[in-house]
Design a protein around this ligand. Structure first.
Ligand code: AKB
Length: 320
Protein backbone atom coordinates (compact mmCIF):
# COMPACT_ATOMS: atom_id res chain seq x y z
CA UNK A 1 0.00 0.00 0.00
CA UNK A 2 1.31 3.46 -0.90
CA UNK A 3 -0.87 5.29 1.59
CA UNK A 4 0.02 6.44 5.09
CA UNK A 5 -2.95 6.39 7.45
CA UNK A 6 -3.49 8.62 10.48
CA UNK A 7 -5.85 7.35 13.19
CA UNK A 8 -7.08 10.13 15.49
CA UNK A 9 -8.63 8.65 18.64
CA UNK A 10 -6.64 5.42 18.26
CA UNK A 11 -6.94 4.48 21.95
CA UNK A 12 -10.74 4.55 22.10
CA UNK A 13 -13.04 1.55 21.86
CA UNK A 14 -13.19 1.37 18.04
CA UNK A 15 -9.87 3.16 17.42
CA UNK A 16 -7.87 0.51 19.30
CA UNK A 17 -9.12 -2.44 17.27
CA UNK A 18 -9.18 -0.51 13.99
CA UNK A 19 -5.53 0.50 14.44
CA UNK A 20 -4.44 -3.05 15.26
CA UNK A 21 -6.31 -4.47 12.25
CA UNK A 22 -4.98 -1.81 9.86
CA UNK A 23 -1.42 -2.47 11.10
CA UNK A 24 -1.89 -6.19 10.55
CA UNK A 25 -3.31 -5.57 7.06
CA UNK A 26 -1.13 -2.74 5.73
CA UNK A 27 2.03 -2.92 7.86
CA UNK A 28 2.87 -1.02 11.04
CA UNK A 29 4.98 1.65 9.30
CA UNK A 30 1.97 2.86 7.32
CA UNK A 31 -0.35 3.39 10.30
CA UNK A 32 0.22 6.37 12.63
CA UNK A 33 -1.82 6.06 15.83
CA UNK A 34 -2.64 9.21 17.82
CA UNK A 35 -4.78 10.03 20.82
CA UNK A 36 -4.96 12.54 23.66
CA UNK A 37 -3.72 9.79 26.02
CA UNK A 38 -1.78 6.57 25.75
CA UNK A 39 -3.70 3.33 25.19
CA UNK A 40 -3.35 -0.38 25.87
CA UNK A 41 0.08 -2.03 25.87
CA UNK A 42 -0.87 -4.00 22.78
CA UNK A 43 -1.64 -0.81 20.87
CA UNK A 44 1.35 1.16 22.17
CA UNK A 45 3.77 -1.66 21.29
CA UNK A 46 2.40 -2.35 17.82
CA UNK A 47 3.67 0.72 15.96
CA UNK A 48 4.13 4.50 15.85
CA UNK A 49 2.15 6.52 18.40
CA UNK A 50 1.93 10.29 18.99
CA UNK A 51 -0.06 12.28 21.53
CA UNK A 52 -2.54 14.44 19.59
CA UNK A 53 -5.50 16.54 20.68
CA UNK A 54 -8.20 16.28 18.00
CA UNK A 55 -9.28 19.88 18.67
CA UNK A 56 -5.77 21.26 18.01
CA UNK A 57 -5.82 22.21 14.33
CA UNK A 58 -2.15 23.18 14.18
CA UNK A 59 -0.97 19.98 15.88
CA UNK A 60 -3.01 17.90 13.39
CA UNK A 61 -1.45 19.77 10.45
CA UNK A 62 2.06 19.17 11.85
CA UNK A 63 1.48 15.40 12.17
CA UNK A 64 -0.04 15.22 8.67
CA UNK A 65 3.04 16.99 7.26
CA UNK A 66 5.55 15.04 9.38
CA UNK A 67 4.32 11.61 8.27
CA UNK A 68 3.08 12.61 4.79
CA UNK A 69 -0.38 11.32 5.70
CA UNK A 70 -2.74 10.47 2.83
CA UNK A 71 -5.80 9.12 4.70
CA UNK A 72 -7.33 10.13 8.05
CA UNK A 73 -9.63 8.02 10.22
CA UNK A 74 -11.15 10.49 12.68
CA UNK A 75 -12.33 8.23 15.51
CA UNK A 76 -12.16 10.77 18.39
CA UNK A 77 -15.67 11.67 19.59
CA UNK A 78 -17.70 12.35 22.71
CA UNK A 79 -20.54 9.81 22.89
CA UNK A 80 -24.19 10.26 23.83
CA UNK A 81 -24.09 10.18 27.65
CA UNK A 82 -21.00 12.38 28.13
CA UNK A 83 -22.18 14.79 25.45
CA UNK A 84 -25.41 15.44 27.40
CA UNK A 85 -23.26 16.48 30.38
CA UNK A 86 -20.75 18.54 28.38
CA UNK A 87 -22.65 19.88 25.34
CA UNK A 88 -20.20 22.63 24.35
CA UNK A 89 -17.16 20.39 24.66
CA UNK A 90 -18.94 17.66 22.71
CA UNK A 91 -19.80 20.05 19.88
CA UNK A 92 -16.22 21.38 19.83
CA UNK A 93 -14.69 17.90 19.68
CA UNK A 94 -17.21 16.23 17.38
CA UNK A 95 -17.55 19.04 14.83
CA UNK A 96 -14.39 21.16 14.86
CA UNK A 97 -12.09 18.15 14.56
CA UNK A 98 -14.12 17.07 11.50
CA UNK A 99 -13.88 20.51 9.89
CA UNK A 100 -10.09 20.56 10.41
CA UNK A 101 -9.77 17.22 8.61
CA UNK A 102 -12.21 18.12 5.83
CA UNK A 103 -10.24 21.35 5.23
CA UNK A 104 -7.00 19.36 4.91
CA UNK A 105 -8.74 17.19 2.30
CA UNK A 106 -10.13 20.28 0.54
CA UNK A 107 -6.60 21.73 0.35
CA UNK A 108 -5.37 18.38 -1.09
CA UNK A 109 -3.05 17.76 1.90
CA UNK A 110 -4.79 14.38 2.36
CA UNK A 111 -6.70 12.21 -0.14
CA UNK A 112 -9.33 10.37 1.87
CA UNK A 113 -11.25 10.63 5.14
CA UNK A 114 -13.23 8.19 7.32
CA UNK A 115 -15.65 9.75 9.77
CA UNK A 116 -17.98 7.71 12.01
CA UNK A 117 -21.62 8.70 12.32
CA UNK A 118 -24.17 6.88 14.48
CA UNK A 119 -27.75 5.62 14.80
CA UNK A 120 -28.02 8.69 17.09
CA UNK A 121 -28.81 10.83 14.00
CA UNK A 122 -32.34 9.43 14.28
CA UNK A 123 -34.98 10.63 16.74
CA UNK A 124 -38.52 10.01 18.00
CA UNK A 125 -40.08 11.01 14.68
CA UNK A 126 -38.03 8.42 12.73
CA UNK A 127 -39.66 5.06 11.88
CA UNK A 128 -38.36 2.87 14.72
CA UNK A 129 -38.20 -0.58 13.12
CA UNK A 130 -36.02 -1.27 10.11
CA UNK A 131 -35.21 2.44 9.93
CA UNK A 132 -34.59 3.39 6.28
CA UNK A 133 -31.33 4.86 4.98
CA UNK A 134 -33.11 8.06 4.02
CA UNK A 135 -35.77 9.11 6.50
CA UNK A 136 -36.65 11.78 9.06
CA UNK A 137 -33.59 12.72 11.11
CA UNK A 138 -34.59 14.84 14.10
CA UNK A 139 -32.16 13.81 16.87
CA UNK A 140 -32.91 14.96 20.40
CA UNK A 141 -29.44 14.43 21.90
CA UNK A 142 -26.36 16.67 21.68
CA UNK A 143 -24.41 13.72 20.30
CA UNK A 144 -27.06 13.00 17.67
CA UNK A 145 -27.23 16.66 16.64
CA UNK A 146 -23.43 16.72 16.22
CA UNK A 147 -23.46 13.51 14.17
CA UNK A 148 -26.23 14.79 11.90
CA UNK A 149 -24.41 18.11 11.41
CA UNK A 150 -21.21 16.15 10.71
CA UNK A 151 -22.97 14.12 8.01
CA UNK A 152 -24.18 17.31 6.37
CA UNK A 153 -20.65 18.82 6.50
CA UNK A 154 -19.24 15.68 4.85
CA UNK A 155 -21.89 15.88 2.11
CA UNK A 156 -21.13 19.58 1.62
CA UNK A 157 -17.36 19.08 1.29
CA UNK A 158 -17.82 16.16 -1.08
CA UNK A 159 -20.26 18.09 -3.25
CA UNK A 160 -18.52 21.47 -3.21
CA UNK A 161 -14.83 20.55 -2.96
CA UNK A 162 -14.80 16.97 -4.30
CA UNK A 163 -13.50 15.62 -0.98
CA UNK A 164 -13.45 11.80 -0.71
CA UNK A 165 -15.09 11.14 2.66
CA UNK A 166 -16.70 7.89 3.77
CA UNK A 167 -18.94 7.26 6.75
CA UNK A 168 -20.95 4.64 8.61
CA UNK A 169 -23.79 5.09 11.08
CA UNK A 170 -22.47 2.71 13.71
CA UNK A 171 -24.98 0.93 15.94
CA UNK A 172 -23.92 0.00 19.52
CA UNK A 173 -20.56 -1.75 19.21
CA UNK A 174 -19.80 -4.69 21.51
CA UNK A 175 -16.14 -5.46 22.22
CA UNK A 176 -13.79 -6.84 24.84
CA UNK A 177 -10.34 -5.29 24.15
CA UNK A 178 -10.72 -1.60 25.06
CA UNK A 179 -13.41 -0.39 27.41
CA UNK A 180 -16.04 1.92 25.95
CA UNK A 181 -16.89 5.22 27.63
CA UNK A 182 -19.84 7.55 27.74
CA UNK A 183 -22.28 5.70 25.47
CA UNK A 184 -25.87 4.56 26.00
CA UNK A 185 -25.26 1.20 24.33
CA UNK A 186 -22.34 0.55 26.74
CA UNK A 187 -24.73 -1.48 28.93
CA UNK A 188 -24.31 -4.35 26.46
CA UNK A 189 -20.59 -4.50 27.32
CA UNK A 190 -20.86 -3.76 31.05
CA UNK A 191 -23.26 -6.68 31.36
CA UNK A 192 -20.51 -9.13 30.30
CA UNK A 193 -17.97 -7.61 32.71
CA UNK A 194 -20.41 -7.81 35.63
CA UNK A 195 -21.67 -11.29 34.70
CA UNK A 196 -18.12 -12.64 34.83
CA UNK A 197 -16.93 -10.68 37.87
CA UNK A 198 -20.02 -10.38 40.11
CA UNK A 199 -22.71 -12.66 38.60
CA UNK A 200 -25.14 -9.75 38.78
CA UNK A 201 -25.86 -6.55 36.89
CA UNK A 202 -28.05 -3.50 37.50
CA UNK A 203 -29.08 -2.45 34.02
CA UNK A 204 -29.71 1.26 33.39
CA UNK A 205 -32.18 0.46 30.57
CA UNK A 206 -35.56 -1.28 30.86
CA UNK A 207 -35.76 -5.01 29.97
CA UNK A 208 -37.58 -4.46 26.65
CA UNK A 209 -35.39 -1.66 25.20
CA UNK A 210 -34.42 -2.97 21.77
CA UNK A 211 -31.41 -1.36 20.08
CA UNK A 212 -29.32 -2.11 16.97
CA UNK A 213 -25.95 -3.63 17.93
CA UNK A 214 -22.85 -5.16 16.31
CA UNK A 215 -19.80 -7.15 17.36
CA UNK A 216 -16.54 -5.20 16.96
CA UNK A 217 -15.09 -7.56 14.32
CA UNK A 218 -18.03 -6.78 12.04
CA UNK A 219 -17.68 -3.03 12.66
CA UNK A 220 -13.97 -3.14 11.73
CA UNK A 221 -14.70 -5.26 8.67
CA UNK A 222 -17.36 -2.74 7.56
CA UNK A 223 -15.00 0.21 8.04
CA UNK A 224 -12.09 -1.31 6.12
CA UNK A 225 -14.33 -2.63 3.32
CA UNK A 226 -16.06 0.73 2.88
CA UNK A 227 -12.71 2.57 2.77
CA UNK A 228 -11.58 0.19 0.00
CA UNK A 229 -14.53 1.08 -2.24
CA UNK A 230 -14.37 3.69 -4.98
CA UNK A 231 -15.52 7.23 -4.40
CA UNK A 232 -19.23 7.71 -5.06
CA UNK A 233 -20.84 10.83 -6.51
CA UNK A 234 -23.04 11.51 -3.51
CA UNK A 235 -21.94 11.27 0.09
CA UNK A 236 -23.79 8.66 2.16
CA UNK A 237 -23.30 7.79 5.81
CA UNK A 238 -24.40 4.17 5.60
CA UNK A 239 -26.85 2.37 7.86
CA UNK A 240 -25.28 -0.99 8.69
CA UNK A 241 -27.15 -3.68 10.53
CA UNK A 242 -26.10 -6.86 12.32
CA UNK A 243 -28.14 -7.79 15.39
CA UNK A 244 -30.72 -6.17 17.62
CA UNK A 245 -31.64 -7.28 21.10
CA UNK A 246 -33.07 -6.13 24.42
CA UNK A 247 -31.32 -6.24 27.84
CA UNK A 248 -33.59 -9.17 28.73
CA UNK A 249 -32.59 -11.12 25.62
CA UNK A 250 -28.84 -10.62 26.09
CA UNK A 251 -29.17 -11.54 29.80
CA UNK A 252 -30.93 -14.78 28.79
CA UNK A 253 -28.12 -15.55 26.32
CA UNK A 254 -25.48 -14.96 29.03
CA UNK A 255 -27.43 -17.16 31.48
CA UNK A 256 -26.97 -20.08 29.06
CA UNK A 257 -23.25 -19.90 29.99
CA UNK A 258 -23.50 -18.46 33.52
CA UNK A 259 -26.77 -19.90 34.94
CA UNK A 260 -26.51 -18.06 38.28
CA UNK A 261 -26.21 -14.63 36.61
CA UNK A 262 -28.88 -12.18 37.80
CA UNK A 263 -30.03 -8.96 36.19
CA UNK A 264 -32.02 -6.11 37.79
CA UNK A 265 -33.49 -3.18 35.92
CA UNK A 266 -32.98 0.37 37.19
CA UNK A 267 -33.66 2.64 34.19
CA UNK A 268 -32.15 6.13 34.59
CA UNK A 269 -31.75 9.22 32.38
CA UNK A 270 -30.12 7.07 29.70
CA UNK A 271 -33.48 5.38 29.03
CA UNK A 272 -34.68 8.58 27.37
CA UNK A 273 -31.70 8.57 25.01
CA UNK A 274 -32.25 4.91 24.09
CA UNK A 275 -35.99 5.52 23.55
CA UNK A 276 -35.19 8.13 20.90
CA UNK A 277 -33.15 5.67 18.79
CA UNK A 278 -34.25 2.96 16.33
CA UNK A 279 -34.65 -0.66 17.39
CA UNK A 280 -33.25 -1.88 14.05
CA UNK A 281 -31.98 -0.29 10.84
CA UNK A 282 -32.34 -1.17 7.15
CA UNK A 283 -28.93 -1.57 5.47
CA UNK A 284 -30.09 -2.44 1.94
CA UNK A 285 -28.03 0.43 0.48
CA UNK A 286 -24.78 -0.73 2.16
CA UNK A 287 -25.47 -4.27 0.92
CA UNK A 288 -26.07 -3.01 -2.62
CA UNK A 289 -23.25 -0.44 -2.82
CA UNK A 290 -20.37 -2.40 -1.25
CA UNK A 291 -21.72 -5.89 -0.50
CA UNK A 292 -21.89 -5.34 3.25
CA UNK A 293 -22.78 -8.41 5.32
CA UNK A 294 -22.30 -9.14 9.02
CA UNK A 295 -20.91 -12.38 10.46
CA UNK A 296 -21.65 -12.39 14.20
CA UNK A 297 -25.09 -13.11 15.65
CA UNK A 298 -26.09 -12.81 19.32
CA UNK A 299 -25.20 -16.42 20.14
CA UNK A 300 -21.69 -16.37 18.64
CA UNK A 301 -21.00 -12.86 19.94
CA UNK A 302 -21.89 -13.92 23.49
CA UNK A 303 -19.54 -16.92 23.30
CA UNK A 304 -16.71 -14.70 21.93
CA UNK A 305 -17.25 -11.99 24.56
CA UNK A 306 -17.26 -14.39 27.50
CA UNK A 307 -14.24 -16.36 26.24
CA UNK A 308 -12.09 -13.29 25.45
CA UNK A 309 -13.04 -11.30 28.55
CA UNK A 310 -12.31 -14.30 30.78
CA UNK A 311 -8.83 -14.55 29.27
CA UNK A 312 -8.34 -10.78 29.61
CA UNK A 313 -9.38 -10.77 33.29
CA UNK A 314 -7.16 -13.76 34.07
CA UNK A 315 -4.20 -12.30 32.26
CA UNK A 316 -1.45 -10.47 34.13
CA UNK A 317 -1.37 -8.12 31.10
CA UNK A 318 -4.76 -6.69 32.10
CA UNK A 319 -4.12 -2.95 32.06
CA UNK A 320 -7.24 -1.24 30.77
C1 AKB B 1 -23.59 5.63 22.14
O1 AKB B 1 -24.25 4.83 22.80
O2 AKB B 1 -23.53 6.84 22.40
C2 AKB B 1 -22.83 5.12 20.94
C3 AKB B 1 -23.59 5.21 19.67
C4 AKB B 1 -24.82 4.42 19.47
O3 AKB B 1 -23.18 5.89 18.76
N1 AKB B 1 -22.41 3.77 21.17
Amino acid sequence: MNDTLLIIGACGQIGTELTLKLREKYGEKNIIATDIREGSKELMHSGIFEILNATDEEAIAIIVEKYQITQVYLMAAMLSVTAEKLPNKAWNLNINSLLYILNLAKDKKIKKVFWPSSIAVFGHSTPKHNTPQETITEPTTVYGISKLAGERWCAYYQDKYDVDVKSIRYPGIISWKANPGGGTTDYAIEIFHKALKEKKYDCFLSPETRLPMMYMDDAIKATIELMSTKKTTNFTSYNISAIDFTPQEIATEIQKHIPNFNINYKPDFRQKIADSWPSSVDDTKAKKDWNWTHEFDLKIMTIEMLKNLKTRFNSSLENV
